[in-house]
Each structure stands twice: as structure tokens, then as C-alpha cells.
Design a protein around this ligand. Structure first.
Ligand SMILES: Cc1cc2nc3c(=O)[nH]c(=O)nc-3n(C[C@H](O)[C@H](O)[C@H](O)COP(=O)(O)OP(=O)(O)OC[C@H]3O[C@@H](n4cnc5c(N)ncnc54)[C@H](O)[C@@H]3O)c2cc1C
Length: 314
């Protein structure tokens, strides 16, 4: 198993944290200690970390901004690599392209696009994750999704090779991509193709979508966004609401009164509270409507012997 000195020997100038509480790095504010957490500051440092971990057979959890993760109360064994904010570079390339580091926030990317008069990312401004995390699960909102704008992605593969995906090789579909099918492959740099537009009109569209989000989502409380994927016909939130589950609570975890698709942390919620509430929702919705809800959030970390994660696990 790696230790801090092993990492500093190959990447001397990056932050390496020992026993770092994951709740400080997740939008749910939930999660026990990571054995080791490294924050690379360049693609070369990220590549060196991945190579070192592979050579030393150390498990890696790569995270962006931790906004779609539910982390075990026992924490994460091995190495957590966090890409935000050390890998957040953004640059314009040619007339209509932007090249983004995997750790850049979607809000920063969308704001830069508006400044440069490039349209196509208003949908993404209010999604609190990184570009890499958004490519991973083909994040989307209000009719837009990453598949509409991502053209090319350089990546580190599962066996240590580096490669490039273009167009259909991303295998995008609803909340899926090449990366959900190849766990252990990581997006490094992403090229997006946009269309020319008027900066003021782009800003107005962005503000209108952000306002829709503010009025419909419980943004003041810690959460990981929508807990469940859309079922084949319709949305999860109306089903949950129709089953009378708004306000349902386990420990510090509550089904939001504002948006039944969100579970919020009302203070002191544990991973276990959220998992039990998810199970209660799934059971009730299945019993009353016959629909099996599938988690969208990723359950990660150490669940001990016999404590295997269920649903949405990484
Ligand atoms: C208030 C709120 C609102 C939200 N609204 C939306 C919404 O409208 N639409 C939507 O789609 N999502 C939404 N989300 C969920 C979340 O923001 C997105 O899923 C986002 O794309 C996750 O990015 P992240 O960087 O936080 O990923 P993380 O949570 O850090 O990681 C999620 C998964 O992505 C993987 N990953 C991260 N970076 C990479 C990489 N570079 N290469 C390969 N895999 C990687 C991780 O290993 C992990 O499996 C919302 C969340 C919150 C809290």
C-alpha cells in the first residue's frame, strides 16, 4: 500500500492528505476518512499518480467535485485523486472550440463560453460538478447534455495506456458514457464544440435556467442532486411525491419538501441514513407503482465485509 512519502517522491509539489474526511469534499457533506488524498496540479502529475497506484496495486477513487457521490461512513481505502481544482485549465481553441481540464467546474466553463460568445452550455452552468465528472455520466439538464457538445476526450485507460475518444466513441446515452462502461478509465482533457452566439443573449438564457433551478431545487442544503435516474416513462420525483414520501426521514437524511427527487442532509446525516432512506423510497415506489427506481448517485468507499454497496455503486 502507498504512503504519503511514496506519492511525494514522484509528485513533490502537490497536496497529499492523510486520513482526510471525505465529508469535506462531497456536496452531501457525508463520508469518512480517505486513507490518502492527492490533488494533482497538472496532467503529468495525474498520469504519474495513476501509474504509481497501478504499480503498487493501490485502489484509486478518482473524483471531480464530489457532487454525485455518497461516500461510506467508514471512508475510502487506498488513494483518492481529486481533480478539482488543480486540473481546471480552460482555453479557447480555434473559432468555436474550448479545451477544458477534467477538473474545471461546469460553471466556470459555461461562464467562459458566454464571455467568448460561444453558445451551447447554458444548461450546464447550474450543475455543480466538474467537466470530467459530467462527461463520466453525460450530465444534463433542461434539454441539454454533454453529448451535444463534447467532441474529443483524452483519457487514461484501465491498463495504464493513454488514448483519445472522438464523437461516437464516447458511447454517450442517458447518464452513461464510455467511462461508466470502463471503470478505472479517466477523462483527462475534453474538447467541446460550440456555436457562435451573442454574449448577452447567452447570459440571459443561463440566468433564466439558473432561476428555474433556484425555484425548484433545495440548493441551500447539502445534497447530491437528483438521487434517482429517470424511469423509462417520466420522472422519479412525481412518483416519490405521489407515494407521500416528501419529508420522509431517516436520521439526518430527508426527502426534500421542495423537490422529492432530492435527499438532503439536514445536519449530521450519515451514509447509512441516506442508504436506508433510498431503500425505503425504492420499496414504497415499487409497491405502489410497480416502478423500480435506480440510483443516479454513486455509492463509494469501504462498506466492510458483507456490507456490499447496492445500486449505483462504483
Ligand atoms: C444541487 C445539485 C444539482 C445537480 N443538478 C444536476 C443536473 O441538473 N444534471 C445532472 O446531470 N447532474 C446534476 N447533479 C449531479 C452532479 O453535479 C453531476 O453528476 C456532475 O456531473 C458530477 O460531477 P463531479 O465532478 O462532482 O463528479 P464526482 O461526484 O466527483 O464523481 C462522480 C463520478 O464521476 C467519476 N469521475 C469524476 N471525474 C472523472 C474523470 N475525469 N474521468 C472519469 N470519471 C470521472 C467519479 O469517479 C465518480 O464515479 C447535481 C448535483 C447537485 C448537488
Amino acid at each position: 500500500m502507498l504512503d504519503r512519502q511514496d506519492i511525494l517522491a514522484v509528485c513533490p509539489d502537490i497536496p497529499v492528505l492523510v486520513g482526510e474526511p471525505m465529508r469535506r469534499h462531497t456536496s452531501f457533506a457525508i463520508g469518512g476518512p480517505a486513507d490518502l488524498m492527492a490533488l494533482p496540479n497538472s496532467p503529468a502529475a495525474l498520469a504519474a499518480l495513476l501509474t504509481l497506484a497501478r504499480r503498487r496495486e493501490t485502489p484509486v477513487l478518482l473524483m471531480g467535485n464530489g457532487t454525485n457521490l455518497l461516500v461510506s461512513d467508514r471512508g475510502v481505502r487506498g488513494l483518492v485523486i481529486k481533480t478539482h481544482s488543480g486540473l481546471s485549465g480552460l482555453r479557447r481553441s480555434g473559432e468555436c472550440e474550448i479545451v477544458a481540464g477534467c477538473g474545471a467546474l461546469l460553471s466556470e466553463l459555461a461562464s467562459a463560453a458566454a464571455r467568448w460568445g460561444l453558445s451551447g452550455l447554458a444548461f450546464a452552468h447550474g450543475i455543480p460538478g466538474t467537466v470530467g465528472g459530467a462527461v463520466y455520466m453525460n450530465a444534463g439538464a433542461y434539454g441539454g447534455e454533454m453529448s451535444h457538445v463534447v467532441r474529443r476526450t483524452s483519457y487514461a485507460g484501465t491498463t495504464g495506456q493513454f488514448g483519445v475518444l472522438t464523437g461516437p466513441a464516447h458511447e454517450f446515452s442517458y447518464r452513461r458514457s464510455f467511462f461508466t462502461g470502463h471503470r478505472g478509465a479517466f477523462a483527462l482533457e475534453i474538447t467541446l464544440t460550440l456555436t457562435p452566439g451573442d454574449p448577452e443573449a447567452i447570459r440571459a438564457e443561463t440566468e433564466a435556467l439558473d432561476e428555474r433551478r433556484r425555484t425548484s431545487q433545495p440548493l441551500a442544503l447539502p445534497s447530491a442532486g437528483s438521487v434517482f435516474k429517470r424511469p423509462p416513462d417520466g420522472h422519479a420525483a412525481p412518483l416519490i411525491e405521489a407515494c407521500g414520501l416528501k419529508g420522509a426521514r431517516v436520521g439526518g437524511a430527508t426527502v426534500s419538501d421542495k423537490h422529492a427527487g432530492f435527499i438532503v442532509n439536514n445536519g449530521g446525516a450519515t451514509c447509512d441514513d441516506v442508504r436506508r432512506l433510498i431503500e425505503q423510497i425504492q420499496e414504497r415506489v415499487r409497491a405502489e407503482t410497480g416502478v423500480q427506481l435506480e440510483p443516479e448517485i454513486g455509492l463509494v468507499g469501504d462498506f466492510g465485509a458483507g456490507g456490499a454497496a447496492r445500486g449505483g455503486e462504483r
